[in-house]
Ligand binder design. Sequence first.
Ligand code: SF4
Length: 376
Amino acid sequence: MKNPKYITRLKQVTELSEEQKDELRGVTDKFVFRSNDYYQQLINWDDPDDPIKQLIMPNIREMDDWGKLDASGEHTFTKVPGLEHKYPSTALLLCSDVCAGYCRYCFRKRLFMNENEEVVKDVRPGIEYIKQHPEISNVLLTGGDPLILATLRLEEIFEQLFAIPHVRIVRIGSKLPAFNPNRILTDPKLTDLLGRYRTMHRQVYIMAHFDHPRELTDIAIDGLRAMLDAGAKVVNQNPIIRGVNDSVDTLTELWDTLSYNGVPPYYIFQCRPTLGNAPYTTPIERNLAMVEAARKKSSGLAKRVRFVMSHHSGKIEVVAMTEKLIIFRYHSAASPDNEGRVMIFERNPEAAWLEDYTELVDTHVVADEACADLAA
Ligand code: SF4
């Protein structure tokens, strides 16, 4: 298969009428459009509600005045250009401001819109920061999509990171395995690189991003297998998006197909209230019910998936509900006082983010009991 041809203008999409193109032009002027001919051919244009189309093609409701550009305040954790440090053991190195396609619901669309200091080509200040922070054992390469970088560039970044004794894990957040699996299959130097650093106490993880089972084409599965065979660990994480994967059957099929191919689901995210995301978000409680039903139907490994919200204050797991209450727990917290904190609120069926819950019933940090025991 040839490398895909990128599509960045609506006029290249022959399936849209001139009227539709005119209507959507304002949307793409505001939020950039990018796809490629491999991904476009996954769309069933006969289905007006096709999930792949909803993921990649602009929607007029993106113009609704809803959400914030940086909904989780990520930029507030930028320590040096290109590096975010929110949780003690993990640093994010934003090393690419391009993706192989742009998901319409992207929570980082600000990086594709404005000049910013959040993504850099020169990662040296970030590497220096990591060297000086021995608590960082885990570095997530992100952006944008790091796998779109030239293999030589990735190699330079890997070399510098793995030369730091306290860096044990390098993760790469990437939707390239869905948008352009050919990149993985035609570059043996890339797969070699992903496996090269699997040494005693060191590992590379690919945090793949598949949203819908139809993205798991034969070639995409071959791409995943090639990375696994090279020695990388591969897991999947994705948000719940209205019209794309907000159904029990879709999630079950996605998780099962991934885990049958050696890629267990890791996180499923609540869609962030990012500017432009009005058509894509769905209520938390509806999502939790859906996740639980899909978990019940899924095979063993898929049941490990956690439903989380990437909130400014931390990664918050949506744990369970009773008839009247909903239970959250900080999986990771920006403030050490919140690490592991459980919060119980009165339910709100309309809620789409933590701030929509206003009636806190109880809160507790279970681990504090163990600390108190040890201190006694
Ligand atoms: S792959 Fe990730 S960073 Fe790129 S557009 Fe999609 S959600 Fe945004």
